[in-house]
Ligand binder design. Structure first.
Ligand code: FE2
Length: 424
């Protein structure tokens, strides 16, 4: 045990270190921040799949993710002779969700990614995106400019379909692709995503601001004769037979949250610099096991949203050498459902993997299962919620006309529950 591992979570955790930004202030919605954006939460994540069929069976049939759309646009870029070697599922990108966000986990064939990734050096990567929600479209655009101005490596900005979210892609120092986004399409009670004739807003350059709202786009599509209710809906093949806390469901649990993301990195100090100084994460805790170090980072009240582990841990844990990430977390609705989910997946053939508790503090009970490609699924129902230790800000009320136009940010500004989707 090292000194750092024995500390208790909560107020005693490491306080934010923000060297180099002391003089920077940006107006983000009338609040002074050190950078022109604030990451609010993990939005989605993407795996490049060696065995796409088995991965879909594990995550969709097993864990219950819902396919919101499938797109063949990216695989169609491969040469014809390469396309002929792809299975039907490899000829599609599979966008999946467990909640209302259009996609929360994206599956792409490794073969497809390796072809497309030649252009930007990401061929061979096992993950295709680690995607964070920021507060507005302006934060996406201004954030990309600021990150580029600091000498970091941007990939592209614009807007993709399906999903309709505005974004910028950037590389961390070791080539992991991060994405900042605003305005993910939301799927409601009818389960319908936007129809393909509405996938016309693809943009491969920095958007000019302001842009039209989604409500305006939907009205325009309807006016142009598009049947806006003709999008994809996942089939529900059979009624549920599991009584789950009062509801008959098709499996005895429900995933209700995504993250943390756990990345393997060669240079822990440099990647920590990137995620703290550039993307604005706070260091929550250092960890170490058998000489292999890691650092846990947070963008809000969760104990951690991102874990960086030295690559030596991959072998020490007996993990697949191709994997860029140790695990992807999913939160279950409660403790009983956590146990039921593990039982259900093990009965389907999933393997439990023992990850040392020293590496994953912040949970009470946590289980790791190996997926068909060798990535770990980190299942839990609870993470410690952490509050800043500084005094409460002084509450200001009274006439709004007397308030300043620009204010200083409380330590936990823009934290807590987040709005999903486009504003209008
Ligand atoms: Fe994305």
């Amino acid at each position: 045990m090292t000194e750092t591992e024995t500390r208790t979570p909560g107020p005693a955790e490491r306080q934010p270190e923000r060297p180099g930004l002391a003089d920077e202030r940006h107006d983000v919605g009338g609040v002074r921040l050190e950078r022109p954006f604030k990451i609010r939460r993990l939005g989605h994540f993407g795996y490049n799949c060696v065995d796409t069929d088995a991965m879909l069976e594990f995550y969709v049939d097993g864990l219950g993710l819902i396919i919101s759309d499938q797109s063949g646009t990216m695989p169609s870029r491969l040469p014809a002779e390469e396309q002929e070697t792809l299975t039907p599922n490899e000829r599609l990108l599979h966008f999946t969700r467990f909640g209302s966000e259009h996609h929360q986990l994206v599956f792409i064939s490794q073969q497809v990614w390796d072809w497309v990734g030649q252009a930007n050096g990401s061929a061979g990567a096992s993950i295709n995106q680690v995607t964070w929600q920021v507060g507005s479209l302006a934060e996406v655009v201004n954030g990309a400019e600021w990150i580029w101005g600091r000498g970091e490596r941007l990939m592209r900005s614009g807007r993709d379909m399906p999903g309709s979210n505005w974004h910028t892609y950037l590389f961390d120092p070791e080539g992991h692709i991060n994405e900042l986004f605003y305005g993910m399409e939301q799927i409601g009670w009818d389960g319908l995503s936007k129809p393909r004739p509405m996938w016309t807003g693809v943009l491969n350059e920095r958007p000019t601001l302001p842009q039209a709202s989604e409500a305006t786009e939907v009205a325009g599509a309807g006016g142009a004769g598009i049947d806006v209710l003709s999008g994809h809906r996942a089939e529900v093949s059979a009624p549920g037979s599991f009584a789950v806390d009062g509801v008959l469901m098709r499996r005895p649990f429900k995933i209700v949250g995504i993250g943390p993301v756990s990345l393997f990195v060669e240079d822990l100090e440099d990647t920590q610099r990137f995620y703290t100084q550039v993307l604005g994460f706070d260091v929550r805790r250092d960890v170490e096991w058998q000489g292999h170090r890691g650092v846990l980072l947070s963008c809000g009240t969760d104990h951690h949203n991102l874990a960086l582990y030295e690559t030596g841990l991959r072998d020490a844990l007996g993990l697949n050498g191709r994997n860029d990430s140790m695990a992807l977390g999913f939160r279950l609705a409660n403790y009983r459902q956590l146990r039921a989910a593990v039982d259900y997946m093990v009965a389907r053939g999933a393997e439990e993997v023992d990850v040392p508790a020293e590496l994953v503090p912040g949970f009470d009970y946590v289980s790791h299962l190996r997926d068909p490609d060798g990535n770990l699924v980190q299942l839990y129902y609870y993470q410690r919620q952490c509050a800043p230790t500084d005094p409460l800000p002084t509450t200001v009320s009274g006439a709004v006309a007397d308030w300043p136009e620009l204010i200083d940010a409380p330590a936990d500004v823009f934290g807590g529950q987040q709005f999903l989707g486009p504003w209008e």
